[in-house]
Design a protein around this ligand. Structure first.
Ligand code: COA
Ligand code: NAP
Length: 256
């Protein structure tokens, strides 16, 4: 699949953009001509990602739970046309077996982290004309056993998306989210479906009967950030082979 949008001259920053889906998204923008910045905790992952992102790419090792670190990175990076917030944590666990800190860690990364990076980026977003994209998840809309922390956090991310679309729309900033389905060869999918049997059950639960590719989330983000989507704001776009429409029929308590 090839990028079909032209982002030459655009500056795109991806929080959590050093592996999996978010790295795929960052690479899509780089192939479409954008100058790309990424940030995540591991310096090694940051360096490896930057090496794949072409001319002008820059990386920052930081934790999105630290608002000052996010603000410093954005101040260094500067003017931004597209901001993507995708840093997240997940592990399957029933609520009764989860410590308060386990629940808090995921909410801190996914929800508070999204708030921190939004606040950090706002002064540097091009106004008018920039776009923000949250990488959400179907757990925001569908309850899932062993995912109470993720469901709560991502539901907050979706509502943050909509609230910021209201607040930032008058400045000419569009705010949307993409909600990926199960994406092949990713940490998130592997944590929820560790065995071959579990992966097969996931495939069967998707109306299109296949996993998605990170590139397919990237293509959706290119569209969301493009002029083709100039009147789209406050939207949560499922890119999931129909998974959400089917109600995400998956029982994690039965996945080995
Ligand atoms: N089951 C239950 N609790 C768990 C757990 C599991 N599988 N994994 C971690 N926790 C708990 C820990 O026990 C700890 O709680 P405690 O202090 O009461 O013992 C708490 O979560 C934080 O763990 P820690 O490893 O210190 O946090 P961290 O900040 O280093 O890492 C996580 C955050 C836990 C979300 C970690 O899984 C992570 O870094 N994930 C990023 C990658 C990822 O999840 N990718 C998929 C994205 S969808
Ligand atoms: P991943 O490869 O683990 O991606 C998570 C990224 O976030 C990594 O780059 C990680 O790098 C970074 N990160 C994690 N905690 C961070 C923190 N505290 N501060 C800064 N960066 C942090 O997982 P993925 O499966 O591709 O998931 C990517 C996104 O897609 C997530 O938002 C997830 O909820 C969403 N999603 C995934 C699926 C799926 O099938 N995989 C489905 C729906 C939604 P470091 O370790 O270096 O910090």
């Amino acid at each position: 699949m090839r990028a079909t949008f032209d982002f030459n001259g655009a500056r795109v920053f991806v929080f959590g953009g050093t592996s999996g889906i978010n790295l795929g998204v960052a690479q899509c923008f780089a192939r479409a001509g954008a100058t790309v910045g990424v940030a995540s905790r591991s310096q090694d992952k940051v360096d490896a990602a930057v090496a794949t992102l072409g001319a002008g790419a820059k990386g920052y090792a930081l934790d999105v739970r630290d608002p000052e670190a996010a603000a410093e990175a954005m101040a260094d990076w500067g003017e931004t046309d597209v901001l993507i917030s995708g840093a997240a944590g997940n592990f399957p666990a029933p609520a009764v077996a989860m410590s308060p800190n386990g629940f808090k860690s995921v909410v801190d990364i996914d929800l508070l982290g999204s708030f921190h990076v939004m606040k950090a980026a706002f002064p540097h977003l091009k106004k008018p004309g920039s776009t923000v994209i949250h990488i959400s998840a179907p757990q925001a809309q569908v309850a899932m056993a062993m995912q109470s922390h993720v469901c709560a956090a991502k539901a907050g991310v979706d509502m943050l998306t909509k609230c910021l679309a209201l607040e930032w729309g008058p400045a000419g900033v569009r705010v949307n989210a993409s909600s990926p389905g199960p994406i092949d060869n990713t940490e998130g999918r592997d944590r929820l479906a560790p065995s071959e049997e579990a992966k097969a059950a996931v495939t069967k639960s998707v109306p299109l009967r296949r996993h998605g590719q990170a590139e397919e989330i990237g293509q959706a983000c290119l569209w969301l950030a493009s002029d083709a989507a100039a009147y789209v704001s406050g939207a949560i776009l499922p890119v999931d082979g129909g998974w959400l429409a089917a109600g995400v029929p998956l029982d994690l308590t039965k996945m080995g």
